[in-house]
Design a protein. Sequence first.
Length: 258
Amino acid sequence: MEFIRACDDLAGGVRDAVAGMVGTPEAGEYVRMGADGTPTKKIDQVAEDIVVDYFTCHPFCRHLISEELGCARMGGEKGTIYLDPVDGTHNAVVGIPFYALSIAYAEEGVVQAGYVQNLATGETFHAIRGQGACLDRHPIHVSRTSLLEESAMSIYGRKFDPTRMFGIARKIRRLRLLGASALELCYVGCGRLDGFVDVRGTLRVTDAAAGMLICEEAGGTVSDPEGNTLIFPDEVSAGRSLVATNSVVHNKVIEYLR
């Protein structure tokens, strides 16, 4: 698909541009307050500028929505791109090799393609609706773990509501907090994690759109904490909570969160 090829080109440019900044004070320099209400760091701005410049010159979509820029018209006839230029900014700033470029393409509110690349390692996940999901062009599938007691999950909870988080955390075997939601959703998709739970209410469409499609196309299930369909508004300041699993344990996780 043309979108995936474009993302491959973009990812190479972004990776080269930020490589020398990772783990340095320069990466974490404050630039401005982003459209999502969080501070934009220099590494975010450098990555975003590359992607926005590309889609400005190649009008692939009508709108582009990014955490830093907000919503911008791009000149295309249809479609919306959801962009997180560096998901896991803190990891990048301090030099932890788990941060990603996340790009999703949607038409009429339905995500049609998703692309997530770990900018530290080059590992690349992508999915096209109805065609499955891949890691470095090889098909992936969620795990088949059926018992919470044998599962590995990333679980993020509200600081003021520890019981909701730790009720499920005590049940699972391995707890992982990796710090980049787009990649963590992809890790559920390829079976490295059995679930990803974030009930902080802070995930935005730019954080999750690409990773959700990749997880679902790999056989996973994504919902809100009540088990209902998760709908994100096209507004980067609006946060949501999310539960993504290998499908087998999904209902069990929902039960513990209620």
